[in-house]
Design a protein around this ligand. Structure first.
Ligand code: TYD
Length: 212
């Protein structure tokens, strides 16, 4: 929940190549055109500090210690919540974030093998006890995700260069985390971006009891 705030917190999660950033953009636009106050943001990289951390985390010239990597994602999250997310929630804004705490559970927990209980505790701490009101999980077959990553015109990140077994564990992590959850909307990410955005919008409005 958004602790004592009138705003609403939505997280968009999924493996690399699932299409999260496109969905966040289109979904935010839909909320905007329907008269809602909305903020699209992301982790890592939703603050000036986060932009620096994002570069370090995605394109490491010196390999990062796995615990250091984990803590840098947490540093990004704490800064993001205190500087961006919580102030916006206090103003009654719908905050839509491209990734949030569950990415740490999937990537650092299931992917890197860190203790899930520690990661979960650090998530709660760095998110100042906030929880997403709704999580949208973009589910995509691994082969299609890899095709999409390969077709991008940018250098592959540290995570995209990991072995396929790493991304399989990450995906498995999301699946375990989201099984049977009523606060998670699972979407088939193969669909056209506009269609996906409309489904996400209608479901979010319904789930969060918002006016259309
Ligand atoms: P993302 O912004 O989705 O990548 P891009 O927009 O370049 O496709 O995420 C950056 C990477 O960081 C992604 O590979 C997942 C990873 N990540 C973690 O490992 N842990 C985390 O807690 C977060 C937020 C991201």
């Amino acid at each position: 929940m958004s602790v004592n705030s009138p705003g609403i917190l939505i997280a968009v999660e999924g493996i690399d190549g699932a299409g999260k950033s496109t969905l966040v953009r289109l979904l935010s636009n839909l909320f905007l055109v329907h008269g809602h106050q909305v903020l699209a943001t992301k982790e890592p990289g939703g603050t000036p500090l986060g932009v620096e951390l994002r570069k370090l985390l995605q394109y490491q010239s010196i390999p990062l210690d796995k615990r250091a990597e984990c803590l840098l994602f947490k540093a990004d999250r704490a800064q993001h919540f205190s500087q961006v997310v919580i102030p916006a929630l206090k103003k009654g804004t719908i905050v839509i974030s491209d990734r949030m705490g569950d990415s740490s559970i999937a990537y650092q927990g299931y992917g890197r093998g860190h203790d899930i209980a520690i990661i979960t505790k650090l998530n709660t701490w760095t998110m100042y006890n906030h929880k997403p009101d709704l999580t949208i999980y973009l589910k995509i077959p691994l082969d299609i995700a890899y095709q999409r990553m390969a077709s991008r015109n940018v250098a592959p990140t540290v995570f995209e260069q990991e072995k396929r077994s790493f991304m399989e564990r990450v995906m498995q992590g999301f699946e375990v985390l989201y099984a049977g959850r009523t606060d998670v909307l699972v979407l088939d990410a193969i669909q056209e971006p506009d269609i996906l955005a409309h489904i996400a919008y209608e479901s979010a409005v319904h789930h969060l009891h918002l006016h259309k």
